[in-house]
Design a protein around this ligand. Structure first.
Ligand code: NAI
Ligand code: MG
Length: 338
């Protein structure tokens, strides 16, 4: 039985890396049936709407999406499509695993799973500019918020993830020393949840700035990190940098009723259409989707093929220091996985 999935190829390098991923999924006979839909600039070009109702309806039906990166149109009137999608489907947990793949880089043995709260904080976008015009006395405000329910839910997700994936420790990352209410609530709920896992999963706390420093000094000491939206956004790019850039880490956006899988990186307009993009991040996102639908066996085949091709056979795209094209890498992965 095939599982229906909404497929959004996306913008920039999106269509190239999604095509690569589809070839590999086809080779292993992944049990998906694709419902191809548009979003981003591709949708603006086709219909003037960056997020057509038809695309939203499709995800409501399938509850699953594999998505290429979207270029958010610049200019007033367009809200971030990613933020809108997360809100529409209540995708509260953004899960970003990063681990060292290629040895000999700046850091060894990095294996961090960052769980980012995806709906609240400063990205709820209640922004104001007062007053209008270029008055030098103008001020801009942003009202961030956190709710007890959401803080509890995201920390609980991180601990459950740790249990399910044989992890040892969860670090609560916050700024409760300054943002006593906004982050205080997160920390308070986090501590309560941690108590429920005592003896099973260890819990540590870090203030976000100290965490940023420590991630660079001794990233191997981190296991699962859970944090609020803005901090998670920034720290997950940092952790991507620890393992050699944005070309590799995948991301899952998980809700109660739907889940959306994508790369952490964006549409990379600087290399779009040049057959240069690293397809691994979105391929790994598809592996996370396979795990989500309980096909860990197929997810493992993808991970071992990546290991063989990239680590042992050293087939690498430019961002990884090699000279393989997107299609070279795709062909090598298909051979390795067949
Ligand atoms: P970006 O992630 O697209 O690019 C940053 C740098 O990393 C560029 O030099 C790019 O060439 C490189 N890079 C990214 N992915 C790569 C890959 N797979 N292989 C090789 N090199 C890769 O970030 P940027 O330039 O800030 O954003 C471009 C557009 O993407 C913007 O419109 C932004 O809004 C959007 N974006 C969309 C996201 C999503 O849909 N989830 C996430 C982040 C950005
Ligand atoms: Mg980001």
């Amino acid at each position: 039985d095939l599982i229906p999935v909404t497929l959004i190829p996306g913008d920039g390098i999106g269509p190239e890396i999604i095509a690569s991923t589809l070839e590999i999924l086809e080779t292993i006979k992944a049990p998906f049936q694709w419902d191809k839909q548009l979003a981003g600039m591709a949708a603006v070009d086709a219909s003037g709407d960056p997020l057509p109702q038809q695309t939203i309806d499709s995800i409501h039906k399938t509850g699953l999406a594999l998505k290429g990166p979207l270029t958010t149109p610049v200019g007033k009137g367009f809200r971030s499509i990613n933020v809108t999608l997360r809100k529409e489907f209540g995708l509260y947990a953004n899960v970003r695993p990063t681990r060292t793949l290629i040895p000999g880089g700046r850091f060894e043995n990095v294996d961090i799973v960052l769980v980012r709260e995806n709906l609240e904080g400063f990205y709820a976008a209640m922004e104001h500019y007062i007053p209008v015009g270029d008055d030098p006395k103008a001020i801009a405000t942003c009202a961030g918020y956190t709710s007890r329910t959401e803080c509890r839910r995201i920390v609980k997700y991180a601990f459950d993830y740790a249990v399910k994936n044989n992890r040892k420790k969860v670090t609560l990352v916050h700024k409760a020393n300054i943002l006593k209410e906004l982050c205080g609530l997160f920390l308070e709920e986090g501590r309560k949840v941690a108590k429920e896992y005592e003896g099973k999963i260890a819990c540590e706390e870090r203030i976000v700035d100290a965490c940023a420093m420590e991630l660079v000094l001794k990233p191997e000491t981190y296991d699962v990190i859970v944090t609020t939206n803005l901090f998670g956004d920034i720290l997950s790019d940092l952790t991507s940098g620890l393992i050699g850039g944005l070309g590799m880490p995948p991301g899952a956006n998980i809700g109660e009723k739907a889940a959306m899988f994508e790369a952490v990186h964006g549409s990379a307009p600087d290399i779009a259409g040049k057959n240069m993009a690293n397809p691994l991040a979105v391929l790994r996102a598809s592996a996370m989707m396979l795990e989500y639908v309980n096909r860990v066996d197929l997810a493992k085949r993808i991970e071992s093929a990546i290991e063989k091709v990239v680590v042992h056979d050293k087939v690498r795209t430019k961002d990884l220091g090699g000279n393989a094209s997107t299609s070279d890498m795709t062909a090598a992965l298909k051979r390795a996985i067949a």
